[in-house]
Design a binder for this molecule. Structure first.
Ligand code: GSH
Length: 219
């Protein structure tokens, strides 16, 4: 059965799209309006994912998988080339989990979610601006002298971080000055064909969306 990714343009589901494209895995993509939780097909998204959040992935056996870290690992496991994640059990496997957890819990949920959430206040955004300073310092230290976040090649951790840094630029206006290694990394990995394609497709999908204006409504 072909994989199906439920996504919202430029939401964190972008990481899964990048990973799918990078691995050359064919998939169906279904847009979700995160305000109404209705899919582009007019279905109730909560019937697919009770949490009402993207990403949600329909797997090869028809079951549903949610949560970025799990979805990204599943995609890596489907990748016949096997380049998207280090082998389970080796040192870099744990390092990858370490960074995926950091992106999910510190960058995504502590900084990006409060900054972009619909109905968020200026105080929420200010708090996110303060918190992101330390998060970016840690990423900056890691990325100095490194081509990729975990191993010597592109991985699912990079797919998630690309999305995180794209949005972080909007939270931290001076990221390019204070985080040159992270900024250089983002510019470099964004040139990857899978990333270019993912960005192009999601930008097009956003423009054709009658409901959501060109901004990220709910991250
Ligand atoms: N814990 C989830 C969080 C996913 C998440 O927050 N997704 C956002 C988009 S970036 C979302 O669907 N937000 C809608 C909402 O919170 O109502 C994961 O790691 O996958």
């Amino acid at each position: 059965m072909m994989l199906t990714l439920y996504y919202r343009s430029f939401a964190c589901s972008l990481a899964a799209r990048i990973a799918l494209l990078d691995a050359g895995i064919e998939a169906r993509y279904v847009a979700v309006d995160l305000n109404t939780r209705v899919t582009e097909q007019g279905d109730d998204f909560r019937a697919v994912n009770l949490k009402g959040k993207v990403p949600a992935l329909i797997c090869e056996d028809g079951s549903v998988l949610t949560e970025n870290i799990a979805v990204l690992h599943y995609i890596a496991a489907c990748d016949s080339g096997g380049h998207l994640a280090p082998e389970a059990g080796c040192r870099n496997h744990f390092v990858q989990l370490e960074w995926l957890s950091f992106i999910a819990t510190e960058l995504h949920k502590q900084c990006l979610s409060p900054y972009f959430m619909s109905g968020g206040t200026e105080a929420d955004r200010e708090c996110a601006r303060t918190r992101i300073v330390d998060v970016l310092k840690i990423l900056e230290a890691r990325l100095q002298g490194r081509e990729y976040l975990v191993a010597e090649h592109f991985s699912i951790a990079d797919a998630y971080l690309i999305w995180g840094l794209l949005l972080a630029r909007r939270v931290s206006q001076d990221m390019h000055k204070k985080s040159p290694a992270a900024t250089g990394y983002l510019a470099r990995v964004s040139l990857r064909p899978a990333v270019q394609k993912a960005l192009m497709v999601e930008a097009a999908s956003m423009q054709s969306d009658p409901v959501v204006p060109v901004s990220v409504r709910s991250i």
